[in-house]
Ligand binder design. Structure first.
Ligand code: AMP
Length: 568
């Protein structure tokens, strides 16, 4: 397919902020896309060239992109830099420079989606010394073959700033409408996407084998599965109603969720809750798992926590220091970790996701040889309230957040906050407060002590049904002076000119600055009240910043439904 056809669609999408209209345009377009291009277009529309978990990095410096633009437009690099300074966007710079391209520079033939994709991969594969020049040359060959608008999108894709406002669920929904004619099948697609979070594979399967093919999608070692999540309740009685009889209670550790995959060759890969590969961050953990967990091919889950030399649990902030690309070996020594394993999703040719939790944990127990660094999550199986209470208190004393309660008969609900797992945290006991994971969508300039930074952040919950972010509070307390000071550095890279697509805010709440929905913060709030000023019609009162949730993507934030359910 000619890339220009996709460019025409992007030109339309760029002007739209309604998620529904986006889906209409995309689904109409998908109907016209040849099967072999469907996966490529799905990735490109998300600003990617592979699924997210594959972490393919294009690795181009802005300078090299500007160089390629200058060469293509036959203008000086200085001139391109000046335009870049004015527009602040590499895409607009490319479009502007190439708009004025001399007549002699006619495009060198048509650029197809296939060629674009192939060359973008080439850019990613080119590494080592002199690679920036080589990358710029490949980019040049692409820019020479496309329109100024095409160049705008290509340059944004190579620098990771496409920001069309399209989320992965927007693409999945649009595929569903295009290929099955009905939104009704969205659930089936969502289920498949939860087990196989790769839009390309979903698109290809749908095109080649239809819905039947999607139904058969199952665990695939090496490809992360969206992690199962826990519900929350207000009163313990609700847990008893949802899960009568014996339940499993486990410590709820404040660490990082890890999904470990071991393939037949013995290679172990680790994925975070965002489904990013974190294998290089935890070489120690890979070694411990190699030694302590049996099974040729498996997918298991646990929470990784930092420990001291005596094995004592360290706070979350200590573990966060292990989130790094450099000096990994030094930090492996400095901050030892332990994994508390709790789930089994696959073992030696058999998928366990539809099996009962009782069977999954029992099987896991057989696989693990405990050591200082690999243990099973503390667990009791009981229906005795007194016993549960003693366990809960013991977990809090250990520094845990509370307990996880699990339905022994429940299956693994990938990517879902179902009722098979319920969290019971210390905040629920006695007080009315609870924590929410919210997406920062705007900033309000600070005054006085906070001038030069943001005084408050406009935060939103995720409306999963509508695939949009709806404002629920202005967050101004809970940050130290240092945190306030570093806010612009952390947030400004996500600054956008106008309200991003899929963001819903009432007029009264419009912030000074809009941010692309990327950063997730954990917020403690005392109450939920009705509010005409917030998009959801509900507001969180007395919100207080707790911490950044770098392990969560915007679409993994607390949902509007969860907040509505809490009010009910
Ligand atoms: P939340 O982020 O509050 O929705 O709680 C769910 C998270 O708790 C999971 O993603 C895990 O990272 C973490 N967690 C800690 N301990 C456990 C456990 N025993 N079972 C499941 N998840 C746990």
């Amino acid at each position: 397919m000619d890339f220009q056809k996709l460019v025409d669609v992007y030109e339309q999408l760029e002007k739209i902020s309604s998620g529904n209209t986006m889906r209409e345009i995309l689904s109409e377009f998908f109907k016209t896309v040849p099967k072999e291009d469907l996966a490529l277009i799905s990735y490109l529309t998300l600003g990617q060239i592979a699924s997210e978990y594959e972490s393919v990095v294009l690795g181009m410096a802005e300078k090299s992109v500007l160089k390629a633009i200058a060469k293509t437009g036959a203008v000086s690099e200085q001139k391109v830099k000046e335009i870049m300074q004015k527009t602040g966007d590499v895409g607009l710079t490319a479009a502007q420079v190439l708009q004025k391209k001399p007549q002699t520079l006619v495009p060198l033939g048509k650029l197809t989606i296939h060629e674009l994709f192939e060359k973008l991969h080439k850019i990613a594969e080119t590494t080592g010394s002199g690679s920036q020049d080589q990358k710029a040359n490949i980019l040049l060959s692409l820019l020479q073959k496309t329109s100024p608008e095409g160049a705008k999108y290509i340059c944004r894709i190579v620098l990771g700033t496409l920001r069309m406002g399209v989320g992965d669920m927007t693409v999945i929904d649009s595929l569903s409408i295009a290929y099955t004619g009905e939104k009704k099948n969205k659930e089936l697609l969502e289920r498949a996407y939860n087990i196989c979070p790769d839009v390309g594979v979903i698109a290809e399967t749908l095109a080649a084998k239809g819905l039947k093919g999607l139904e058969k999608i199952d665990v695939h070692v090496g490809r992360p599965i969206k992690m199962m999540l826990a519900q929350r309740v207000k009163e313990w009685e609700e847990i008893q109603k949802k899960m009568p009889g014996k339940i499993a209670c486990e410590g709820k550790y404040d660490g990082e969720r890890i999904q470990a995959h071991r393939d037949k060759k013995g290679n172990i890969s680790l994925f975070s809750r965002r489904l990013d590969s974190v294998t290089d961050q935890f070489p120690d953990l890979v070694q411990y798992l190699e030694k302590q967990v049996s099974g040729k091919e498996y997918v298991i889950e646990g929470e990784v926590v930092a420990i001291d030399e005596n094995g004592k649990l360290q706070p979350f902030q200590v573990l966060m220091q292990r989130r790094r690309k450099h000096d990994v070996a030094e930090y492996v020594k400095k901050i030892p970790v332990q994994i508390k394993l709790f789930d089994l999703l696959y073992l030696d040719g058999k998928s366990y996701i539809d099996e009962a939790y009782e069977k999954r944990t029992a099987m896991l127990k057989k696989m693990v040889k405990k050591s200082k660094h690999v243990v099973l999550a503390d667990q009791i199986i009981t229906d005795d309230l007194g016993e549960i209470n003693t366990f809960f208190k013991a977990m809090l004393k250990d520094g845990d957040e509370g307990i996880m309660v699990k339905n022994l008969q429940g299956e693994y609900q990938a990517g879902t906050r179902g009722w098979n797992w319920i969290k019971w945290k210390k905040e629920y006991v006695g007080e009315l407060s609870d924590t929410f994971d919210l997406v920062v969508i705007g900033g309000l300039y600070g005054k006085g002590r906070r001038s030069g930074t943001y005084g408050a952040l406009l935060c939103a919950a995720y409306n999963k049904k509508k695939d949009q972010f709806e404002s629920v509070c202005k967050l101004g307390t809970g940050m130290t002076d240092e945190m306030l000071e570093e806010l612009p550095k952390r947030l400004d890279k996500y600054k956008v000119e106008k309200k991003p697509a899929r963001v819903v805010v009432k007029k009264e709440m419009e912030p000074d600055v809009w941010f692309e929905p990327k950063i997730v913060v954990e917020v403690l709030a005392a109450e939920i009240t009705k509010s005409p000023f917030h998009a959801l019609g509900l507001a969180l009162r007395f919100p207080r910043f707790i911490k950044y949730r770098e392990d969560k993507k915007a679409e993994q934030a607390t949902t509007t439904k969860e907040i509505e359910d809490m009010v009910k």
